[in-house]
Design a protein around this ligand. Structure first.
Ligand code: UGA
Length: 443
């Protein structure tokens, strides 16, 4: 099938590459000329395991093309994906200007039937907006052309995006026209083998499903973070509690890891956007507001330990920081807890020596050169001359470090672990003062 994807961001690029991999003929459109030129040379704008070879192979095979030519894009596919960004506007609502601009572009250039698929995370009611933009534009052109709008949200996780897209747990299709389903079945057939993963529903339910999923996951995390704060005050160990409750199959082990707060481009933005949606229609989303508030507080958790440990005397101190990305296997720093922590440490007059396996360039791009930030080549180098060690991201190779070396290198044998990588008793035996999240008597 011929498919066009507008927006070569995370979702657009991965979706396009995966559709090309199963044999569809995919054209990607983006307004960013540099991005398009780079992709043609095989330079991928993001770090995502498995994505670079997938893009390269399919580009070389001619199944995946990149261009800034929107008219050519509209002409190419019967199926037109909208996968552009929906950044938060000033009040946290999702800003739909890029989505509606693409809808207008499609309507301006189309000369035959199109299925317009909303892939971006968009508030309930967006498909209706897209529909009216297309209808208005067609009316202005005096073109009476048929089209359908489908809501088909994406559920990929950064760091596992390619496999999530190749083997989706569900394919949500929101449509008000059942005829379009045949096209969707053909498009997603290669991903829909063994058992039917397509969940068909009306458009508004599909739009809300995306927000409900992310808000549910964010709620689980904030709930666990709240429990971890209670565990700490009550002298309990949240890691034991986590295993205790996870064994209940109704609760499950997934996504109940306490930590120094959730980040990324999705949870913070989507929780906020759903709060705004609710408020706009006069509903007070008390639970979602609490999820957000708990998370904002949790991002200061490590700082409060650090302040307590050093009796508020942080000026002139240097901290080794392991992990900058919002989670492992990505270089994405958006809403990362490490940023809140670094910025708070800087305000308190401390310096940071940071290491991350992938996010160093991104950190440099965000913060530029500053005297209170040193980006170090290895995790061991980050320890040199530092007062203490802080861990913000659970990269695999932070899990079993050389503790003797850490102890010998740090000025104070103190570790502030935002991801509960180590066992408190063992750390005490090794001679560290160890701060984990919700680890009871040990903190
Ligand atoms: C999230 C969802 O998991 C995807 O299903 C969704 O498609 C995506 O948003 C999106 O809307 O595009 P992602 O942002 O890549 O994916 O990251 P997650 O793996 O969900 O992690 C988000 C944050 O939660 C990270 O900061 C992570 O450290 C934190 N987290 C996760 C915890 O603190 N505890 C946990 O138990 C799990």
């Amino acid at each position: 099938m011929k498919v066009t994807v507008f927006g070569i961001g995370y979702v657009g690029l991965v979706q396009a590459a995966v559709l090309a991999e199963v044999g569809h003929d995919v054209m990607c459109i983006d307004v960013d000329e540099a991005k398009v030129t780079n992709l043609k040379k095989g330079v991928i704008p993001i770090f995502e395991p498995g994505l670079a070879p997938l893009v390269k192979e399919n580009y070389e095979a001619g199944r995946l093309t990149f261009t800034t030519d929107a008219e050519a894009g509209v002409a190419h596919g019967e199926i037109q994906f909208i996968a552009v960004g929906t950044p938060p506007d000033e009040d946290g609502s999702a800003d739909l200007k890029y989505v509606t601009a693409v809808a207008r572009t499609i309507a301006e250039h189309m000369t035959s039937y199109k299925v317009i698929i909303d892939k971006s995370t968009v508030p309930v009611g967006t498909a209706d907006k897209v529909k009216s933009v297309v209808m208005e534009t067609l009316a202005r052109r005096q073109a009476n052309l048929p089209f359908d709008v489908v809501s088909n949200p994406e559920f990929l996780k950064e760091g596992a995006a390619v496999s999530d897209c190749m083997k989706p747990e569900r394919i949500i299709i929101g449509t008000d026209n059942n005829q379009v389903l045949d096209l969707m079945r053909e498009l997603y057939g290669p991903f829909n083998r063994n058992h039917d993963r397509m969940v068909i529903m009306d458009i508004r339910s599909a739009e809300l499903t995306k927000y409900a999923a992310n808000c549910m996951l964010a709620t689980k995390i904030s709930f666990m973070n709240e429990m971890s704060n209670l565990a700490e005050l009550l002298g309990a160990d949240i890691e034991k509690v986590r295993q205790g409750i996870g064994s209940d199959s109704r609760i499950g082990y997934h996504f109940i890891y306490p930590g120094c707060g959730y980040g990324g481009s999705c949870f913070p933005k989507d929780v906020q956007a759903l709060i705004r949606t609710a408020e706009h229609i006069g509903y007070q989303p008390v639970l979602l507001q609490a999820v957000e508030a708990v998370n904002a507080k949790q991002k200061h958790k490590l700082f409060s330990f650090i302040q307590r440990h050093f009796n508020g005397d942080l000026k002139g101190r240097t901290f080794a920081l392991w992990g900058l990305s919002f989670k492992p296997n990505t270089d994405d720093m958006r809403e990362s807890s490490s940023r809140v922590l670094m910025e708070t440490l800087w305000e308190a007059g401390a310096k940071v020596q940071a290491f991350d396996p992938e996010a160093m360039e991104e950190t440099q791009r965000i913060y530029g050169t500053r005297s209170d930030l040193a980006l170090m080549g290895t995790k061991e180098a980050a320890l040199q001359g530092a007062d203490a060690l802080i861990i913000c991201t659970e990269w695999q190779n932070f899990r079993a470090p050389d503790f003797d070396l850490i102890k010998a290198t740090l000025k104070h044998a103190a570790i502030f672990d935002g991801r509960n990588l180590y066992e408190p008793e063992r750390m005490v035996q090794r001679g560290f003062t160890y701060y984990g999240i919700g680890r009871g008597a040990s903190v």
